[in-house]
Ligand binder design. Structure first.
Ligand SMILES: [Fe+2]
Length: 252
């Protein structure tokens, strides 16, 4: 695992932290490991490399969540499940000790409404539905989507909440989502600053206030896991242990 690191505590004393044990999280519930159906793993070889790295980091279970986005990645439950089976065959062949399932990361767009109504969705275990917005423009009609998800028996999880610039430092919106029954997921890479200082500031603020339900790698390529491993003694990774994370509780 990663190297030991120093940081200064409130009394300005240097404290040495050991690497964070990712096995504590146990389940990675948002990643792009299924080969060649989105902007994640381009081939099965890449998928296998990432699976081995997850195993090395101490993870036990993974839920694959490829993008479902009409224009770029029009993935259907059939396409996703077929890829899952291909990966399961490789896992067995290679003796990799990971349990795997598949779901998806649904883009909020008009066609999603029909999919929700017709239940053409592969939810995460426990009927959770992971959804994402555009990073560039504030989403419209969010209340309708969330209402429909809940009415149709899904538990909405908003993906990488800390990465939407239009929600930076907005306590009110976080509370509004939580009041409506939306769960909040953050990316581990945000914690160590991979998406820049503003996203990092936002995620630290969310962790300090306990506004986090799920954490995930959102891994698209092996570098993401290597960066996490290298930065694994970051103090805010250790702070995850103070949160009531749901990662371990939702696997059926
Ligand atoms: Fe993602």
């Amino acid at each position: 695992m990663g190297v030991f690191s120093f940081f200064k505590n409130k009394n300005k004393q240097e404290v040495i932290l050991p690497p964070f044990d990712f096995g504590y999280i146990e389940v990675d519930m948002h990643n792009h490991l299924l080969p060649s159906i989105d902007d994640g793993a381009p081939t099965m070889e890449h998928t296998i490399g990432m699976l081995l790295k997850f195993q090395e980091l101490g993870y036990k279970k993974l839920v694959f969540t490829p993008h479902v986005m009409q224009d770029c990645y029009p993935n259907t439950p059939e396409i996703i499940l077929e890829k899952l089976n291909e990966v399961k065959t490789e896992i067995q062949k290679l003796g990799i000790k990971l349990e795997v399932k598949a779901s998806a990361e649904y883009n909020i767009e008009d066609v999603l409404m029909d999919k929700i109504k017709e239940k053409k969705i592969i939810p995460l275990p426990g009927n959770y539905l992971l959804f994402e917005y555009s990073f560039f423009s504030k989403p419209q009609q969010t209340e309708n989507f969330i209402f429909e998800m809940i009415v149709h028996g899904f538990k909405p999880i908003i993906a990488h909440f800390e990465r939407y610039p239009y929600y930076f430092n907005n306590e009110q919106i976080i509370k509004k989502y939580k009041d409506k029954g939306v769960f909040i997921q953050i990316n581990l890479l945000s914690i160590i600053g991979h998406y820049g200082p503003e996203v990092q500031k936002q995620v630290h603020w969310m962790i300090d206030n306990g506004w986090v339900d799920f954490v995930a790698t959102d891994c698209h390529r092996i570098d993401h896991l290597e960066i996490l491993q290298k930065m694994s003694s970051h103090p805010y990774l250790h702070k995850l242990k103070d949160l009531d994370l749901l990662n371990q509780t939702f696997w059926e």
